[in-house]
Design a protein around this ligand. Structure first.
Ligand SMILES: [Zn+2]
Ligand SMILES: [Zn+2]
Length: 254
């Protein structure tokens, strides 16, 4: 075998090994219930899983727990016992899974990477802005204290500055947008985007830095870098955004 063949064969075997392992794990809860491990001279499901599948006790315990929790959720249950989805991914969504959302969650775990699933679950759990403390520097603090001392309403003052900032952004965003010459977002638009959203991902609950400017209207269709339809996102939320687009498109055509 040459290098390329060797590498490709190894990757293929690796992928298949993971898949078969997943399918093996899916069968364990039923083998446990029927105590079939005894027929192979094993004293427990843990011994059986270690002997025939090289699994750790933790992995077996997780599979048994998930199977129990998914009892009232037929789709997730089926995904587990058929070995369609890894138990690690299923474990990530179990805390937010309900009878009502299980179909959607199954779609999510089938299409998204582990990290994106993790992000999505975090979003579902924590809505609303996180509590932040203000970090005013000494100079600004002193200037504000001085103004307050003079009887000037500093809240009104700060509100006015914030309003002015918002108006500036709104004005810039209202300017007509020409058809784009190329795919990358122009520097001027990037700057405006940064002025509006700062340096973080624009999903309110997300603390990660933004890594991509996402076109909320598909660029291929609009051919415009319209700042009204641009959102800075972290890698995981970008992946989620595209998987949601995909789902919308699927619904439309089928
Ligand atoms: Zn995008
Ligand atoms: Zn994010």
């Amino acid at each position: 075998m040459n290098d390329k063949e060797l590498l490709e064969t190894a990757c293929l075997y690796g992928r298949n090994a993971l898949l078969w392992r997943q399918k093996f794990i899916g069968l364990l809860p039923e083998i446990h219930k029927r105590k079939l491990y005894e027929k192979k001279n094993c004293s427990s499901i843990f011994e059986f899983a270690a002997k025939f599948g090289g699994l750790s006790n933790d992995q077996v315990r997780l599979a048994l727990n998930l199977e129990e929790k998914f009892e009232s959720m037929p789709r997730l249950h089926e995904a587990l016992v058929n070995g369609d989805v890894s138990i690690n991914k299923l474990a990530r969504v179990v805390s937010i899974a309900t009878k009502e959302n299980e179909a959607e969650l199954l779609n999510v775990v089938s299409n998204l990477s582990n990290r994106a699933v993790e992000t999505l679950v975090r979003d579902e759990k924590f809505t609303g802005l996180h509590v932040q403390t203000l970090t005013l520097n000494e100079e600004v603090k002193n200037r504000l204290i001085e103004l307050q001392f003079k009887g000037i309403d500093i809240n009104e003052l700060i509100s006015a500055a914030l309003n002015k900032r918002e108006e500036e952004i709104a004005e810039e965003k209202a300017m007509p947008v020409e058809l784009a010459k190329s795919r990358p977002v122009p520097a001027k638009t990037k700057k405006l985007n940064k002025k509006e959203f700062g340096t973080k991902c624009s999903i309110p609950t997300c603390k990660k830095p933004s890594e991509v400017i996402h076109h909320t209207q598909t660029f291929a269709l609009s051919q415009k870098h319209d700042p009204n339809y641009l959102a800075p996102l972290c890698k995981e939320h970008h992946e989620i955004a595209h998987s949601i687009n995909l789902r919308v498109r699927e619904k439309r055509f089928f």
